[in-house]
Design a protein around this ligand. Structure first.
Ligand code: GRG
Length: 289
């Protein structure tokens, strides 16, 4: 898979940059190296490549995105949140290291993400403003205007009989879509892309984010637990507002197809250069994990 090895090597390096408690390093590594798809860092690097930038310059941003994503999964699995014993096909972080350590491993990854972006940025003085703009885009997608707000709204609306399509859109644009969009936009920005390139890639990210969430919801209903690598059927059990619960499976599939078309249309102006993105959107429709 494109860039997978270099992303993993960089993550190993960034996770081992200094002196830290051995068990903490182990707990963080347990989840980072648990076989994730590396979707967000690959999107970041692919966007940088499309915009003619260097992979090396984008790598700290790409790895920070994966650290932030992994922290969110560790915290999401905690009993006080989604309470899941399995993730990425193995025991959740807190089932192995205990709740307090899992909380801290997540905190550790979140802060290491920002330390990595800031530290590596110091050596990129030649284009520092755009590098830091990219880092700010990551912060925006990860935090109180993005993923954290989405998770907040998701929890707040459990068992809310008044939650409607607008609520669903609000939650998923932020919980899942914001970090995905930030992955692509930050990659384009760090590559010094012009405004129209950033806008087109942002549009791809927004449609892909919705598409990804719809297929995630569908998998929770019809997926195979072993292949997906986590407990399924939990959305219905927790009365979660999802695409299938609101629109039914058939309509959800149609909506996913529509989002895949819109995502592909957004990158059409780039022609062959956008082949990776077009294939990614198409593959989401048939993903099994
Ligand atoms: C705790 C602040 C905080 C946020 C948690 C991401 C999230 C917010 C919760 C996870 C719930 C969930 C399953 C959302 C659906 C989309 C999603 C993020 C799926 C997992 O991402 P993948 O498929 O996972 O990219 P891998 O393991 O391949 O990296």
């Amino acid at each position: 898979m494109k860039h997978l090895e270099s992303i993993n090597a960089a993550l190993e390096r960034y996770l081992s940059t200094g002196d830290m408690p051995k068990l903490m390093h182990e707990a963080m590594s347990y989840s980072v190296f648990a076989g994730g798809k590396r979707l967000r860092p690959r999107m970041c690097l692919a966007a940088a490549e499309l915009a003619g930038g260097s992979i090396e310059d984008a790598m700290p941003i790409a790895c920070a995105l994966e650290m932030i994503h992994t922290y969110s999964l560790i915290h999401d699995d905690l009993p006080c949140m989604d309470d899941d014993d399995y993730r990425r096909g193995r025991l959740s972080n807190h089932k192995v290291y205990g709740e307090a350590n899992a909380l801290l491993a997540g905190d550790g990854l979140l802060s290491l993400a920002f330390e990595t972006m800031l530290r590596e940025g110091i050596s990129k003085v030649a284009h520092a403003p755009r590098y830091y703009e990219a880092a700010q885009v990551v912060a925006h997608g990860a935090g109180v205007f993005g993923m954290v707000a989405g998770q907040w709204a998701d929890l707040a609306n459990e068992n809310n009989p008044d939650a409607d399509a607008e609520t669903l859109t609000y939650i998923h644009r932020r919980k899942t879509g914001a970090l995905i969009t930030a992955s692509i936009v930050s990659g384009a920005i760090v590559a010094n892309a012009d405004e129209s390139t950033v806008a087109a890639l942002r549009s791809f990210g927004e449609h892909y984010g919705v598409l990804f969430q719809i297929t995630d919801d569908i998998l929770d209903v019809v997926g195979d637990a072993e292949t997906v690598g986590k407990t399924l059927g939990k959305d219905a059990e927790q009365s979660k507002l999802t695409y299938p619960s609101l629109y039914g499976l058939e309509e959800s599939r149609r909506m996913a197809e529509r989002e895949a078309e819109l995502a592909a249309a957004a990158v059409l102006p780039f022609g062959e250069k956008a082949a990776w993105f077009t294939a990614l959107a198409k593959a989401a429709l048939t993903r099994t994990y």
